[in-house]
Design a protein around this ligand. Structure first.
Ligand code: SF4
Ligand code: FES
Length: 270
């Protein structure tokens, strides 16, 4: 028997106790949103039960929660079929779907047929940009099946600092950035910004706005903010690498945006 603290969600209790609940649109650095519905669990009052979304659900005192009942697994299977239909190439979704016995979805997505990007509209990128980076550079545009993540009017946003936090947090690799010919290019967001050279070695490593943001947020000297991760002292480099936001960027210590994200997580604020 595990119990929840005051205001604690089912997902957070489960995580605390090492109980696995798949949760695609959840990240501890941002407010929960309840978009993907993959984290469904079954809440019981006596013999009655209903499915609830564990990342936003705070249990009542006399409730019992089942995280892997038949009903839960059936519901997650359908959610995974829908996600897979929408984002068939996303490795994370394919792996999860396989775990739940879903190989090919029964549904077809108009978005895939129309070759619209693989985004599952989980909103993580939007929340990270707003809540962690503090920039509000991206949001939702259009409605219904045409809904997409976009900059205002699809043009490069003044608010964007090119930090790439949205790219790192995306669970299905729907957003990308590349540093080419002295420019940071974020194709899906129609964004292109010149890169600035490291104060020590001259290597291009961050955008001007990104450096300014990090300097202000972390109260760094201009010199340190303009020094690339490779040239920073070992003590500082250790801090940088300690808790990168994304699942698979631990070898990438280039992004000052990662540093920004890492240093402003709720955990670090405690
Ligand atoms: S681009 Fe990625 S992070 Fe943003 S809403 Fe789509 S799937 Fe989620
Ligand atoms: S993690 Fe709960 S709805 Fe996505």
């Amino acid at each position: 028997m595990r119990s929840a603290g005051k205001g604690e969600t089912v997902l957070s209790v489960a995580k605390r106790h090492g109980i696995d609940i798949p949760a695609l649109c959840h990240h501890e650095s941002v407010q929960p949103y309840g978009a993907c519905r993959l984290c469904l669990v079954e809440a019981f009052w006596g013999k009655r039960s209903k499915l609830v979304t564990s990342c936003i659900y705070t249990p009542w005192a006399d409730e019992r929660i089942e995280t892997n009942s038949d009903r839960v697994r059936r519901a997650r299977r359908i959610v995974l079929e829908l996600l897979l239909a929408r984002s068939p190439d996303a490795e994370g979704i394919r792996d999860l779907a396989r775990e739940y016995g879903v190989i090919e979805p029964r549904f077809r997505s108009r978005r895939v047929e129309a070759n619209i990007e693989r985004c599952i509209l989980c909103g993580l990128c939007v929340r990270v940009c707003a809540e962690v980076v503090g920039q509000h550079a991206i949001g939702y545009a259009s409605r219904g099946p045409d809904r997409v993540i976009s900059t205002p009017f699809g043009a490069q946003a003044d608010e964007c600092i090119g930090c790439g936090a949205c790219v790192f947090v995306c669970p299905v690799d729907a957003l990308h950035y590349q540093d080419i010919d002295g420019q940071r290019i974020m194709t899906e967001l129609n964004t292109r910004m010149p890169l600035v050279g490291c104060h020590v070695c001259g290597r291009l490593f961050a955008t001007e706005k990104q450096i300014a943001k990090v300097r202000e947020r972390l109260n760094l000297t201009d010199e340190l903010a303009r020094t690339c991760p490779r040239c920073r002292g070992s003590e500082f480099r250790g801090t940088l690498e300690r808790c990168l936001i994304s699942k698979n960027v631990s070898s990438n210590t280039e992004g000052v945006g990662q540093l920004l994200v890492q240093r402003t997580t709720p955990h670090d604020k405690e």
